[in-house]
Write a protein that binds this ligand. Structure first.
Ligand SMILES: CC(C)(COP(=O)(O)OP(=O)(O)OC[C@H]1O[C@@H](n2cnc3c(N)ncnc32)[C@H](O)[C@@H]1OP(=O)(O)O)[C@@H](O)C(=O)NCCC(=O)NCCS
Length: 153
């Protein structure tokens, strides 16, 4: 994976609109870039973007805000590989935990997160708005590492 740039936003947005039921807007992606979030893309050898992931670092924790894989590249291990790379980046920054919110109806994403070591910690009722009202969010977390220099006892 490499850092996402503004030049990637068209390609990323095209994937987002094709694979997400409630896609981010162009502004969401440019805001994430402008805010200095960890924005990464996976690029094929021919230069096409296959996937992307966005992580918002906080002090000790980070939140995975978005991850997507183009329809044609799904179920080939790319989502798992990108998530692993994001977790490595979190570990390298000495952050302790990664949180994320996911729709309970998003079985593919939940299965991916569970297989990467995320566990469910709570439910946010009515967190997502959609055409038929609202949907809860499942909050998941992954303990990544202990801070260096932390006392053991
Ligand atoms: C979620 C997503 C990123 C997974 O990417 P992917 O590259 O297809 O995932 P992988 O091939 O690495 O699969 C990893 C694991 O996730 C789970 N998984 C992925 N797709 C799945 C599906 N359609 N149904 C059930 N489980 C699925 C499986 O446990 C899979 O492991 P396995 O193939 O060994 O069974 C992809 O489906 C996607 O882009 N979805 C739309 C966007 C989205 O919902 N993002 C998350 C919320 S922001």
């Amino acid at each position: 994976m490499r850092a996402m740039t503004r030049a990637d936003v068209d390609a990323v947005l095209a994937i987002e609109q094709a694979v997400q039921r409630f896609p981010w807007t162009r502004g969401n992606f440019t805001d994430a870039l402008d805010s200095g979030y960890l924005c990464r893309v996976d690029e094929a050898e021919n230069g096409g973007i296959r996937g992307y992931a966005i992580l918002m670092p906080a002090a000790d924790d980070a939140e995975l805000l978005n991850i997507g894989v183009s329809r044609a590249e799904q179920r080939k291990g790319l989502g798992r590989a990108m998530l692993a790379e994001m977790l490595t980046a979190v570990r390298a920054r000495n952050m302790r935990r990664v949180f994320l919110e996911v729709r309970p109806s998003n079985a593919a994403a939940i299965a991916l997160y569970r297989s990467a070591g995320f566990g469910e910690i709570s439910v946010r009722h009515g967190y997502y708005q959609n055409a038929s009202g609202s949907e809860d969010a499942l909050v998941m977390a992954h303990e990544v590492c202990k801070m260096t220099g932390e006392s053991n006892g």
